[in-house]
Design a protein around this ligand. Structure first.
Ligand SMILES: Nc1nc2c(c(=O)[nH]1)N[C@H]1C(S)=C(S)[C@@H](COP(=O)(O)OP(=O)(O)OC[C@H]3O[C@@H](n4cnc5c(N)ncnc54)[C@H](O)[C@@H]3O)O[C@H]1N2
Ligand code: MOO
Ligand SMILES: [Mg+2]
Length: 425
C-alpha cells in the first residue's frame, strides 16, 4: 500500500526551501560590460560629486551676472566675447567685467562667470566678437552646480541589488570599470524519462520531445544562474542514481524533471532515500506541481520538479527561482505580486491553490489577467505566451470574469505603446 503524502502549504514550502543556505557564497569581479543582470556584492559609492564641477547645461555664453544688471529691451547690455570653449576643455582666459566666454553644453564654468545665457537669448555681432543681452540674469542662473545630483560618498546602490542598464551607468560614472558581483550558482539539470526524445529528433510512437530541460535551462539563465545540462536519463534506477550521485560534487544545486510521483518508474524518491538526502516536502497544496519535491543533500537543494511541463515550470518559478536569487544575495528573490481582474471565466473548482498560466494586459488603467490556454498540468504550449501566474485560492468553486485575483508577474513587457498622458486640469 502506497504511503500517503501530506501536502504542505505553498508558503510553508517556499520558506523551507529558502532556509537552505547558499552553499557557495562566492563573489567575483567582472568587467563592467559583463555585469548586467548580476547581483552586486559590494555597495556602489560615489567617488566624486556629480557633476564633478560647475558646468553649463546649454550652448550659450558664460557671463558675470553682475554685468547683466539693468539689461532690458530698451537697455541692452553688450559683452565682449573673448574665447570659445567646447565641453572637455577649460577656458584659458578669465573674463573681466563686460566680457563673456562662448561655451557649449557640458563645459566647465570659466573662472569669474556665474550664469549662462543661451544662444537664443542673445544677439551676436556679425564677427562674433560681441553679444547683446536684453534681460537680467542672477548668480547661478542656468548653471549645473557641482554635486547637485549627488555628493561624494553617497551610497548609490547597495549590495544585493540587481544591475540593469541604469546601474551600469552609475557604476561607470563612479569609476567602476570592474565590479564585485555574487558568483552564479552552478545548477545541474537532468531530464528523466524513457519516453524522451531530444528536440532535433523525429517523433516516434510513445515518445515525446524533451521540453522541460531546455525550458528549465532558460529559466535558470533568466534567474541569473549558470546551468549545466547533463542530458536526459531513461527510467532506470541504477543509472539515474549513479549519474545523480556523480554530479552532486560539481554543482550548487541539482534539478531533475520527472519521476517524482508514485509510478513504478518514478525513481527520484528512492534516489533521495539512497543518497541519504533529507526530503523537505514531497507534496505541495498547489496545482499544478503538487508532486514537486525538494530534498537537501550536504546543504545543497535537490529540486525534484514534476515531469508535466506546466507543473515543472510552476515548481521552478515558486521554489527554485526564489532560492537561486536568495542564494545569490538578491534582496528581491520573489516574483513581483499584484492584484488584477480576471479576464475570462475560470469555472474549474480548486481543491488546492492554483497557479494558472496567464497573460497580463492593461485595459483602461486596470490590470487584466487572462488564462493563457488549456490549464492542465500536462500542457506545454500555454506556457509560451504566459507572462504571469494567476493565483486562485483553493477550496473554491471557480471564478468569473471581473473577479479580483492575485497575480505573480513573470515579465514586464507591454504590447502597446504607452498612452500619452492627458492634462486634466
Ligand atoms: N497515482 C497517481 N498518479 C499521478 C499522481 C498522483 O498523485 N497519483 N500525480 C500526478 C501529477 S499531479 C503529476 S504532476 C504527475 C507527475 O509525474 P512525475 O513528476 O513523476 O513525472 P513523470 O511521470 O516522469 O512524467 C509526467 C508526464 O510528463 C511528461 N514529461 C516528463 N518529462 C518530460 C520532459 N522533459 N519534457 C516534456 N514532458 C515530459 C511525461 O511524458 C509524462 O506525460 O504524475 C501524475 N500521476
Ligand atoms: O503535480 Mo500535478 O502538476 O498537480 O498536476
Ligand atoms: Mg511519474
Amino acid at each position: 500500500m502506497l504511503e500517503a503524502r501530506t501536502p504542505m502549504k505553498v508558503s510553508e514550502a517556499v520558506e523551507k526551501v529558502l532556509q537552505i543556505e547558499a552553499v557557495h557564497n562566492k563573489t567575483e569581479t567582472v568587467p563592467l560590460q559583463e555585469a548586467g543582470g548580476r547581483i552586486l556584492a559590494e555597495a556602489v559609492i560615489a567617488d566624486a560629486p556629480v557633476p564633478p564641477f560647475n558646468r553649463s547645461p546649454l550652448d550659450g555664453f558664460a557671463v558675470r551676472s553682475a554685468d547683466t544688471k539693468g539689461a532690458g529691451r530698451d537697455t541692452p547690455v553688450t559683452l565682449q566675447v573673448i574665447e570659445t570653449v567646447g565641453a572637455g576643455h577649460v577656458a584659458e582666459k578669465v573674463p573681466q567685467p563686460g566680457e563673456a566666454i562662448r561655451v557649449m553644453t557640458g563645459t566647465i564654468m570659466p573662472k569669474e562667470t556665474d550664469a549662462i545665457v543661451m544662444f537664443e537669448l542673445t544677439k551676436e555681432a556679425e564677427d562674433g566678437s560681441a553679444i547683446t543681452i536684453t534681460r537680467e540674469f542672477n548668480s547661478w542662473d542656468n548653471v549645473v552646480i557641482k554635486g547637485e545630483e549627488m555628493e561624494k560618498g553617497t551610497v548609490v546602490l547597495e549590495a544585493g541589488e540587481r544591475l540593469h542598464a541604469g546601474g551600469i551607468a552609475a557604476l561607470a560614472t563612479f569609476g567602476y570599470d570592474q565590479v564585485q558581483v555574487t558568483a552564479k550558482p552552478v545548477i545541474g539539470v537532468f531530464a528523466t524519462g524513457t519516453e524522451l526524445l531530444e528536440p532535433g529528433d523525429p517523433l516516434e510512437p510513445g515518445k515525446i520531445r524533451n521540453s522541460n530541460a531546455p525550458m528549465v535551462v532558460e529559466q535558470l539563465r533568466e534567474a541569473g544562474a549558470a546551468p549545466v545540462y547533463y542530458g536526459q536519463l531513461p527510467d532506470d534506477f541504477d543509472l539515474c542514481y549513479s549519474r545523480v550521485q556523480n554530479v552532486l560534487g560539481d554543482v550548487d544545486a541539482l534539478i531533475t524533471t520527472g519521476g517524482v510521483s508514485v509510478g513504478d518508474f518514478d525513481f527520484l524518491p528512492a534516489i533521495y532515500e539512497k543518497l541519504g538526502a533529507e526530503v523537505l516536502f514531497n507534496k505541495v497544496a498547489m496545482r499544478p506541481g503538487s508532486v514537486t519535491t525538494v530534498a537537501q543533500w550536504n546543504g545543497k537543494p535537490l529540486f525534484g520538479l514534476s515531469g508535466n511541463p506546466s507543473a515543472c515550470f510552476v515548481g521552478f518559478e515558486l521554489f527554485t527561482g526564489p532560492w537561486l536569487r536568495h542564494s545569490m544575495g538578491d534582496k528581491k528573490p520573489y516574483l513581483q505580486q499584484s492584484k488584477a481582474l480576471l479576464g475570462s471565466d475560470f469555472p474549474k473548482p480548486n481543491p488546492f491553490t492554483r497557479f494558472v498560466r496567464g497573460h497580463i494586459t492593461f485595459q483602461d488603467g486596470r490590470l487584466i489577467a487572462t488564462p493563457a490556454g488549456l490549464d492542465k498540468s500536462q500542457v506545454v504550449t500555454s506556457l509560451s505566451r504566459a507572462n504571469a501566474l494567476i493565483v486562485l485560492p483553493g477550496g473554491t468553486r471557480g471564478f468569473q470574469t471581473g473577479d479580483q485575483v492575485a497575480v505573480l508577474l513573470l515579465r514586464g513587457e507591454g504590447e502597446a505603446y504607452f498612452e500619452e498622458p492627458v492634462k486634466d486640469r
